[in-house]
Design a binder for this molecule. Structure first.
Ligand SMILES: [Zn+2]
Length: 416
């Protein structure tokens, strides 16, 4: 049965302490209304910003069906897609699709992409997403570095800043640096003529933390952050929605949005070791959003002391091997952890990311693959070992994924 309702109801907005994107931190007036569409004098640039921002505020509140259509427009790319194809793929009636696309065009989110010949009929007008109609900020707050990216609706990076910063510098210093860099990225983009209509800010940092409430737990190595309500503090200071998540989850979300399908683990070895888990195309955070604490599984009883307080954690053994310059041993340890995970979850792929791995990707990919191969042979798996690959995205993968925490819900993702 086809769904005919174009959806007056709303899905949940991005989780945040801020109720609406007032735009105050971005130099936009609060509570702006859409401007006139036609029959008036040419609008001033400020009006254009205001009108677009108002349209994008509605992005977070649109119906599931509209989000579905937006996502189909996004995945169709610049080539575009016809209304009939949209209806077929979304399982909606052509009338419902026409209504939704008319509204998207009014809001500046979709536009004509020309006409395309169709088999046995007249040429059809195709529509495409207008990527620059909306932006989100992604922040990667690492233990020793802060990276901020500005991305458009398509996830393309249009602004970036990176600065050294110790997560142990104290809350005020860290927040000031974060707010400063976010402001800089936005003013640089404004200076280049981009029209900003920010959906909000996604912040990714080492766990553990409570994603639902945006509250940090005892971040390994920096226990002073325990209980800090990062999401609400930032939302109050920025005046826009803020979403907080673990760096590994942001990386995994970025991969899932980027086209990695099925179930996979993204093992992330940087200043720490963690895993982002995607099960059936959805980021798996667990009942208390604590899933993915891969680095602190004990694989050597009475092994070396870990910064988490346990002994013989995968992370401690991996970092100790790296400290000795023994990349092969670090890869072997990581491989044993990956084999445990693959055995527990029966995933399709293991992807490796993070600064330490990116510095020497080949020995890590090969070393982990050797361990997984050995496990698969002992188990007699008919399909062979779980494939291991380097995660795409490079140094800004986490920051880009953090921006997807805001963009995901716009396109109907449940895990954004
Ligand atoms: Zn540990």
């Amino acid at each position: 049965m086809k769904r005919t309702n174009d959806g007056g109801g709303t899905d949940r907005p991005p989780e945040s302490g801020a109720d609406s994107a007032t735009g105050s931190a971005w130099g936009l007036p609060p509570d702006h209304e859409p401007g006139p569409e036609t029959g008036r004098a040419p609008e001033r640039p400020a009006d254009a910003v205001t009108r677009r921002a108002a349209g994008v505020n509605l992005l977070a509140l649109r119906s599931h069906n509209a989000a579905l259509v937006l996502d189909l427009l996004r995945t169709a790319g610049p080539e575009g897609i016809s209304r009939l194809e949209l209806a077929e793929r979304a399982g909606l009636t052509p009338q419902a699709v026409s209504k939704i696309t008319a509204r998207l065009r009014e809001e500046g989110l979709a536009t004509d992409a020309g006409r395309r010949a169709s088999t046995g009929g007249k040429p059809r007008t195709v529509l495409r997403l207008v990527p620059e109609a909306g932006h989100a900020v992604g922040v990667h707050l690492d233990r020793d570095e802060l990276r901020v990216v500005l991305v458009d609706l398509d996830g393309r990076v249009v602004g970036e800043r990176c600065a050294p910063l110790s997560l142990g510098a104290g809350a005020e210093a860290v927040l000031d640096a974060l707010l400063g860099e976010v402001t800089e990225v936005l003013s640089e983009a404004l200076g280049s003529g981009a029209v900003l209509a920010p959906l909000g800010v996604g912040v990714a940092l080492p766990g553990p933390l409570d994603h639902t409430r945006g509250v940090l737990h005892r971040v390994t190595g920096f226990p002073e952050w325990d209980g800090f309500p990062l999401r609400d503090v930032l939302a109050a200071r920025l005046g826009v929605p803020v979403v907080v998540d673990k760096d590994t989850n942001a990386a995994a979300l970025g991969l899932a949005v980027g086209g990695e399908r099925g179930s996979f683990a993204c093992l992330y070895l940087g200043t720490g070791l963690g895993a982002g888990l995607v099960i059936g195309d959805v980021v798996h955070r667990g009942a208390r959003t604590g899933a993915g604490e891969f680095g602190h599984q004990v694989i050597q009883l009475d092994g070396p002391l870990c910064s988490c307080g346990n002994r013989g954690c995968v992370e401690a053994l991996c970092l100790a091997a790296m400290g000795r310059g023994d990349v092969a041993e670090a890869a072997r340890v990581l491989g044993e952890g990956a084999a445990n995970l693959a055995g527990l979850l029966d995933i399709d792929a293991v992807l490796l990311g993070g600064r330490t791995i990116m510095a020497a990707p080949e020995p890590f990919v090969r070393g982990v693959a050797v361990v997984l191969d050995a496990h698969a042979r002992r188990e007699g798996s008919r399909e062979g070992a779980v494939p291991v690959r380097l995660a795409p995205g490079g140094a800004r993968a986490v920051a880009e994924g953090a921006a997807q925490l805001l963009l995901g819900p716009v396109f109907g993702r449940r895990d954004g």
